[in-house]
Design a protein around this ligand. Sequence first.
Ligand SMILES: Cc1cc2nc3c(=O)[nH]c(=O)nc-3n(C[C@H](O)[C@H](O)[C@H](O)COP(=O)(O)O)c2cc1C
Length: 440
Amino acid sequence: MSKKKKMHLAQFLVHGPTYHSLAMWRHPQSDITQDKWSKPALYQHIARTCERGKFDMVFFADLNYISDTFRGSLEPALRYAVQAPEHDPVPLLSWMGAVTSHIGLGATFSVSHQHPFYLARLWATIDHLTGGRAAWNVVTSINHNQASNYGQEREATDMRYEKADEFIAVCQKLWNSWDADAVVMDRENAVFVDAAKVRRIDYEGRFYKSRGPLNVTRSPQNGPAILQAGTSPKGKKLAAKYADAIFAIQPRPEDAAAYRADIRSRMDANGRDPDCCKILFGMQPIIGSSEAEAREKQEFHNSLVPLDGGMAILSAHLDFDLSALSLDDAMATRDEPELQRMQTRFRKPSGESMTLREVAQRHGQSVGLPQFVGTPNSIADQMEAFIDIAGGDGFMLSPIYCPGAIEEFVDLVVPELQRRNLFRTDYSGVTQRDHLLQDD
Ligand SMILES: Cc1cc2nc3c(=O)[nH]c(=O)nc-3n(C[C@H](O)[C@H](O)[C@H](O)COP(=O)(O)O)c2cc1C
């Protein structure tokens, strides 16, 4: 049998009291009091823990709104902590970088409300501060709450991604406006920067203008690693063009395989080596010392998720008020345009449609990530089996309580994956891109 490629692992986080499980803040094993979830010490501990586990990265999802989509009210989102409150994650990357030396540090930043110059400057700075470990999840915003917070209208998918494409291209021009050897710091001849090695970009496009140059020197990775998580054809096109890694939620391994094959063929068509972009599938590990204990933990965790909370977070992510539908409606056969972008999250392993009640409950538990439940050995089996069908490349993990569930994965499952030669025992490089390209 041919040797398997090693997996890649990312830890999914949010700068708030609920990550992807609405049970998290209520769970007795979570250590996330008000004082803790909003302060750097927790995230520094998580970064150190994941670095001990040799993860590729820790990564923050982010939104810029409190949702009123469900029933037209802010109350469910506030009451059930539906990604609310959510503090800005980018400042945390510096705190986490200060206590670690290798692990990648990623965050989401939407391109829908800012100018490319600001984000090119911000991410080049983070890349400098962390010694080349920055990763930027380039998202476009689909939610009317977020658009309203910036005094804008929600944009159609095609427009969102045409702007995003130009946005990244402008950022790349700004990152390239400095040569790597521009800073000479010749004290004797009073030359700090060799001006011939820094250029304006004089960019005038369809959506953006920027003169440049950037006022930040070339960073270790020449800008951050680029992450993407689009699911529409336009989103996948953007990812195939620019991304170093893609996050995807595909609960069924057959759908994961189709998604991965689609991205890889798009990359091939663009003249990019498909192995240069890693596709990480979301999953929520629930670890027990026996299968029965793990099942009990799963049942208890899931019982802490209020159905209305699940309806609120699903409505927010679809930007569609689900209160008008019946809880017994089959979700995979509905034809509303807003309900099409999560189609693969609406089906059971058998392929049969889930009801709204089932989809909302799972969304509240894990935003649709499948739960991998069992002993460390059985979870490693499930991961291996999933990747065997999907074809690669790894997982992003979302905890059921914090930080304990992250520690358990690192201490119990990582050694089992390493024993099977399915995960690295050490980093071979230092930058975020180094880790994503390390396959053996
Ligand atoms: C795993 C995953 C993580 C995502 N994280 C975020 C996020 O943190 N912030 C955000 O605004 N959108 C996030 N999204 C939404 C995507 O960027 C995208 O808008 C969504 O999947 C719909 O796809 P489309 O934009 O191609 O229509 C995420 C999507 C996925 C699948």
